[in-house]
Design a protein around this ligand. Structure first.
Ligand SMILES: NC(=O)c1ccc[n+]([C@@H]2O[C@H](COP(=O)([O-])OP(=O)(O)OC[C@H]3O[C@@H](n4cnc5c(N)ncnc54)[C@H](O)[C@@H]3O)[C@@H](O)[C@H]2O)c1
Length: 323
């Protein structure tokens, strides 16, 4: 399957959350194709630094606004968009307790407002969903047909259920308002521009190792994750954007490893002699296993991950070393 690029020179694309970790890489790739990109971000968890290198690019506009509110009157937002990519949402486990209302709003009010705009513009709407839609899965690996094992009231529910609501809203606008939609279910992604203090395992472990401290693993470290380098994810997202697919497609890798193995690899790659220690504080509802079934991504999009963990982790370590 070969996907022909649909969005490039002369097209206008709105990226919400484009000053965040994933969003800023997506913006770089869209600009590299010649697309005009407007980012709307309120810098709640992102940073102007992530897009500072684009300040002189005439095809790039940054608008500071909260997408849970109607879009502000701004010349860059006045004209029709060809595509709207909704990536604005706090996403790290520490945000689940620090920013619960903001997460709920960006996964509900913002999604509805942006879907209305996509309907009005006749734009393709791509929603950033998550492997958290599967909760603590009882099916492994997880295909898109699996409906998940999610708590609607637990600590993580503000994020998981907001994303599930966003998926439902996206499909409803597709069915009843004819919006051209896509949903990407993103599995654990890492790379340059992650926040050092965002509570996710990789930046935590890398920064502990760079400081020469012991790496602390919550729980026994037997829980698994399949980690995806951000460059692979962005390639997958653009394939989905260009494709005619409307429903959810997993994007990630099958590089599944235990959190203990991940910590040990990082200690080895950093090379400072950090040891790995274990704490009792395992996060509530922290899933035991995560690995995408990539059959749909492969067959519908021709997607194949290219960056093995060792290579992506080295790049990430170098990024944090120079911060
Ligand atoms: N990184 C991952 O592993 C992962 C996994 C699954 C899903 N996702 C999804 O991908 C998207 C991006 O995640 P990320 O890891 O880059 O997180 P991030 O926190 O780095 O990026 C989110 C961006 O959205 C902005 N934002 C948040 N609420 C906003 C609002 N109301 N209005 C305007 N801007 C707002 C933040 O300031 C930030 O720049 C999120 O929707 C997230 O749920 C990420």
């Amino acid at each position: 399957m070969t996907i022909v690029p649909r969005f490039g020179a002369g097209h206008r694309v709105l990226v919400t959350g484009g000053a965040g970790f994933v969003g800023s890489h997506l913006v770089d790739s869209l600009l590299a194709r010649g697309t005009n990109v407007v980012v709307v971000d309120n810098f709640l968890t992102g940073s102007k630094d992530n897009v500072a290198h684009l300040a002189d690019d005439r095809r790039f506009t940054l608008v500071e606004a909260d997408v849970s509110e109607p879009l502000p009157a701004h010349p860059a937002l006045a004209h029709r968009f060809d595509a709207i990519l909704h990536f604005a949402s706090p996403a790290s486990p520490t945000d689940f307790t620090k920013l619960p209302m903001e997460i709920l709003r960006s996964g509900s009010l913002a999604t509805m407002l942006l879907l209305d705009r996509a309907a009005a513009d006749g734009a393709r709407f791509l929603m950033a969903s998550t492997s958290e839609a599967y909760g603590d899965p009882q099916v492994h690996p997880q295909p898109e047909t699996y409906r998940g094992n999610v708590s609607s009231t637990g600590i993580r529910s503000v994020y998981d259920e907001a994303k599930r609501f966003s998926e439902a809203a996206t499909m409803a606008y597709h069915r009843y308002r004819g919006v051209d939609t896509a949903i990407v279910r993103i599995f654990n992604t890492y790379g340059e521009r992650m926040r050092p203090d965002d509570g996710r395992a990789i930046p935590n472990f890398v920064n502990q190792a760079l400081r020469g401290e012991p790496i602390t693993v919550h729980g026994t470290g037997t829980q698994t994750r399949s980690i995806t380098y951000v460059g692979d994810l962005v390639r997958g997202i653009l394939l989905l954007l260009d494709s005619p697919e409307t429903g959810p497609v997993n994007c990630g890798t099958e590089y599944e490893m235990t959190v203990r193995e991940l910590a040990e690899s990082i200690a080895r790659l950093v090379g400072g002699g950090s040891t790995v220690t274990f704490t009792d504080e395992r996060g509530a509802d922290d899933p035991e296993k995560r690995r995408p079934d990539l059959t749909l991504a492969r067959t519908l999009l021709g997607y194949e991950p290219e960056v093995p963990p060792e290579v992506g982790l080295r790049r990430t370590i170098e990024y944090f070393r120079t911060r």
